[in-house]
Design a protein around this ligand. Structure first.
Ligand SMILES: [Ca+2]
Length: 616
């Protein structure tokens, strides 16, 4: 680190210390909201709303707190909608464009938690909330752009805000706000608003005149400026009417204005129904009672009364909370059902398992493309790639897939400064082949032991521990270090006893399916897909017939049934035989061994299955 950098780092850390103090000093008085909607209506923090028609970029609001920059800049397209919004929160840029949310040049899906900001669905809107300041930006996306956006400051800042929203406590002048907020751009144009009589605007304000307290003719004028040229664009004029009708809070007005303006209620996906004032965060199987902050009411797509969103399934289905279910090893469990193993007992709570203390170590298993995470989620890798299997503060395990079959070619482990490469029947340490394994290299951070003729154990000084099987194929068993929780990442997940966040991608987004999650941890080029059906049809019958032994209650594997469901292992067994590139018998034995090892992991020893099945 250079001296300059050290000084910079030091002042930044000071800034963050003082930042906390500054935050406490802000007066908690009221909420300051500034909105922009339609084709250019601006409701500033203070003073009357105004209209601006322009395709130029503008600062909506901007301020600095503790050397951190905060700003929202907007640009409208020729369709009147916001086509580009750039939000800078404490120097982190988020771009809203073409229906995507891009944070630091990476597209994200909501919810998205980052160090200083949180992006989540807020009713029918999306909200970005800063965790440093009581500041948030909320928007509504429609086809073609954003038709409504507002920024909220929940306290008065010790600093001045500028932009179209003006100052927090002083009303600005329209023309000055527009002039001072416009950003440099050669090609864009700002035109004077056109006032042309519009019948819908007139009828609307005639009808609601009793409940809107302020200057009616001013708002009628705004309505006509907003709608001019966009008479057929509901995306432009509906948010305007919605905004004013919502101030009336009468159900008759609601029916009337939707009928008059032909602004239909937003459509909701799946079982969800639209509510003018519904929950900002929909109660779901995993979160049936969102915390108070999220219980705010807003326009929302919600489940019918008494139901919750089944977020364990696709397609926005609503079910009673008592019907929610959890998954373990490919099997579904009812809400409240208890699953016991020799290591611990777990109760299904909505879609999340709540488990007692685990007496066995949490183990990630990678057997070819079949992965079991530390927390027990099971999936199949989508492609033959190299992947980051797991990484922690000072170690990283990579797996490299074989091009030929469904197995690993090598495993590369970096622990501090030491590099281990495991290939079939060969182990390299910092580039040298090693043959003696017992208590290898006394001063090293890692020690390797042979456990059997094909099985290696690696112990590290930091308590991190894994086993590698070298033949008949390379398989990897990693034990989660104690108290590691969120510090571990990769294909093996994070070891926090919760399977719902195991598909966390490299960029920190939680995915629903294995494919985007696994590929985010891939490295370099991949060597083709991993087939999900039987590529060798002639092997199919053999596979079904032989793998069925796993499920049979009278056979040797039945001892494991109360502890580990066979569904996942049965499917994997068939897939191995069909696609592994090995002989049928060899693949079968590997498949059966996989279940036997899983049982051994929870302390259940399957009898002499190798002899029974003719596996060596
Ligand atoms: Ca987890």
């Amino acid at each position: 680190m250079t001296t300059q950098r050290r000084i910079l780092a030091f002042s930044l850390s000071l800034a963050s210390v003082f930042g906390t103090v500054e935050l406490l000093k802000t007066k908690e008085t009221q909420t300051y909201t500034c909105r922009t909607f339609g084709s250019g209506i601006v409701q500033p923090f203070q003073g009357e709303s105004y209209y601006v028609r322009s395709d130029c970029p503008f600062t909506l609001t901007s301020f600095n707190v503790n050397q951190g920059e905060y700003s929202v800049t907007i640009r409208r397209g020729h369709n009147g909608l916001l086509v580009q919004v750039e939000i800078v929160l404490n120097n982190v840029t988020t771009l809203l464009q073409d229906g995507h949310v891009v944070v630091k040049n990476k597209s994200v899906s909501d919810p998205c938690d980052q160090k200083y900001q949180h992006i989540f669905k807020y009713g029918i809107y999306t909200r970005l909330k800063s965790s440093l300041l009581p500041f948030s930006v909320t928007w509504h996306s429609v086809c073609g752009g954003i038709n409504s956006l507002w920024v909220t400051l929940e306290s008065e800042l010790n600093t001045t805000t500028s932009g179209l929203c003006g100052k927090q406590n002083v009303a600005g002048h329209r023309d000055e706000l527009i002039r001072d907020s416009k950003l440099h751009d050669h090609k864009c144009k700002t035109s004077s608003p056109v006032l042309q009589k519009n019948d819908i605007c007139r009828q609307f304000f005639q009808e609601i005149k009793d409940c809107v307290q302020y200057n009616n003719s001013h708002y009628q004028r705004l309505c006509e400026e907003n709608i001019f040229g966009f008479e057929n664009s509901q995306s432009v004029f509906c948010p305007f009417f919605k905004e004013f009708a919502s101030q009336c809070n009468q159900s008759t007005i609601n029916r009337f204005w939707r009928h008059l303006t032909k602004c239909a209620e937003p459509r909701c996906p799946g079982d969800l129904i639209y509510r003018e004032k519904g929950p900002a965060v929909i109660p779901s199987c995993s979160n049936p009672k969102p915390p108070p902050f999220y219980q705010e009411l807003t326009e929302s797509c919600a489940c019918p009364e008494g139901n919750v969103l089944n977020n364990g399934a696709k397609g926005y289905r609503c079910i009673p909370w008592s019907s929610c279910s959890c998954e373990f090893a490919g099997k579904s469990y009812r809400n409240g059902e208890i699953r016991r193993s020799k290591c611990h007992s777990c109760t299904c709570h909505g879609v999340v398992w709540r488990c007692s203390e685990n007496f066995c170590r949490r183990r990630c298993v990678i057997e070819g493309p079949f992965v079991t995470t530390f927390d027990g989620k099971q999936y199949v890798l989508p492609q033959k790639c190299s992947y980051v299997a797991s990484k922690g503060p000072n170690w990283r395990i990579r797996i490299h897939f074989s091009r030929k079959g469904l197995y690993l070619r090598k495993v590369v482990v970096r622990f501090s400064e030491e590099l281990f490469v495991f290939k079939e029947n060969k182990v390299l340490w910092n580039g040298q082949e090693i043959t003696k394994f017992h208590q290898f290299q006394e001063n090293c951070n890692a020690k390797i032991y042979w456990v059997s003729s094909t099985f290696l154990q690696v112990h590290t000084t930091s308590g991190f521990f894994f086993q590698i099987q070298l033949s008949p194929e390379i398989q990897l068993f990693i034990d989660a270090p104690d108290n590691s929780n969120y510090k571990i990442k990769g294909l093996c997940g994070n070891s926090n006893n919760n399977t719902t966040d195991d598909f966390t991608t490299k960029s920190g987004v939680i995915e629903n399916s294995a494919e985007p999650f696994a590929l985010s941890w891939s490295l370099g080029n991949c060597q083709g897909n991993i087939p999900t059906n039987c590529t060798k049809r002639e092997y199919e019958n053999y596979a079904h017939e032989k793998c069925a032994v796993l499920n049979q209650p009278t056979e040797v594997f039945a001892q494991g049934h109360p502890h580990i469901p066979t569904d996942y292992y049965y499917k994997a067994c068939i897939q191995r035989i069909c696609n592994s590139g090995r002989s049928q018998k060899e693949a079968l034995c590997i498949g059966l061994a996989s279940y036997a090892k899983a049982c051994a992991g929870v302390g259940v020893v399957i009898g002499d299955w190798k002899k029974n099945m003719g596996c060596a």
